[in-house]
Design a binder for this molecule. Sequence first.
Ligand code: C2E
Ligand code: MG
Ligand code: MG
Length: 402
Amino acid sequence: MTQAPGIAGLRFLVVEDHEFQRWAMGNVLESLGAKYVFSAGDGRAALEILRGLDDPIDIVISDLDMPGMDGMELIRHLGESGGNPSLILASSLDRALVASVETMAKVYGVALLGAIQKPVTARVLQALIDEHRAGPDVARTPAAARIFTVEEVLEGLQRGQFEPFFQPKVEMCSGAVKGAEALARWRHPAEGVIGAVSFIPLLERSGHIAAFTEMMVKSAAACCQAWRELGYEAGLSLNLSPETLADVDLSDQMVRLVLAQGLVPQDVIFEVTESAMAANLGRALENLSRLRMKGFGLSIDDYGTGYSSMQQLARIAFTELKIDQAFVRNAADQEPSRAMLESSLEIAGKLRIAAVAEGVESREEWDLLRDLGCDFAQGYYVAKPMESSAFLGWLGARNVVV
Ligand code: C2E
Ligand code: MG
Ligand code: MG
């Protein structure tokens, strides 16, 4: 990585309607060694400055509640303009409200360094600026990933460059491996291993996801059967796209594919998101009921991020609830996420279906979930998604106690 510039080399834009606050923030920045500090009284003035300068701004420090264009609208423009400066939110608003704006900034693709309460202290501000200087977090800037065309993806598909990776799902009380989720990966000859978000939406939009799903189910089921022959009884979870749920032949086709590899429907869980169901509700309900009738497990994926969580659960005989990683991540220090996590676990308990926490990354998260009574966990803390042979090695080397 190239040497990050010191604070003196960074360009700041302070967006704040109160003159005194603006001055105070400028003062704190200068005390930290900042040399280039621009300021604006609202979002509109900020955008004019951003567009008018020859050298780009590195960090925007913005209030939320301002007359004229407020902080929320400014964030949207920052996200849409693509030439992302980093953002620090400085607000005296309620913590829960600021948290929802943080989520919004991430959705808009803005590199958010953090949110601070006013009045701002030099120490807190310094810590956030240091984060900017540490360089971009890859996970935070998916826009930086190479964009592929449909033609490239289809060509890769034809050449057999796609395969399932496997991430274990572990029972929290015993540490036993219950199963594995198949996650699609592209072994690109020039770019290395590419993650699902770079090609799944493209395949969905271009009408090619059905053929892709068929390939995934076939190869993942074959891998699963191979582990079983070696004595590992792990089940298999597979993701289904909204488009797939519209095809009325889905369940017959899935039964055929699974049986052909020597598995039975009871070995397989299909994961669907709430928004996938909303896209074509009638068809989705028909297909999901039929899949369940044939014996497949059904999991509601990314639970809590969709529109009408409770309704969906009441409609379909789901067998598993997968709590989205956002709630896992923030549960320790954000009250709304903690409440969401606890209520998800309570609902799963009442419906007598398994609760799975996604994206468990640390010992603290694991302990919290276990204490709250979550049944299963998946995440980097246990293992990252791995190619089939590595997963087999992992199973073999694993000591059952976590
Ligand atoms: P998902 O089904 O919710 O899968 C979980 C995602 O979280 C995976 O991303 C996984 O690699 C990632 N993950 C797992 N543990 C951790 C962790 O501890 N921390 C963090 N930060 N992330 C973790 P991935 O593989 O990039 O997949 C993204 C999404 O793409 C999946 O979300 C799923 O909706 C979709 N997808 C993946 N494979 C397929 C597929 O074969 N078919 C369809 N239709 N969709 C797929
Ligand atoms: Mg999933
Ligand atoms: Mg998920």
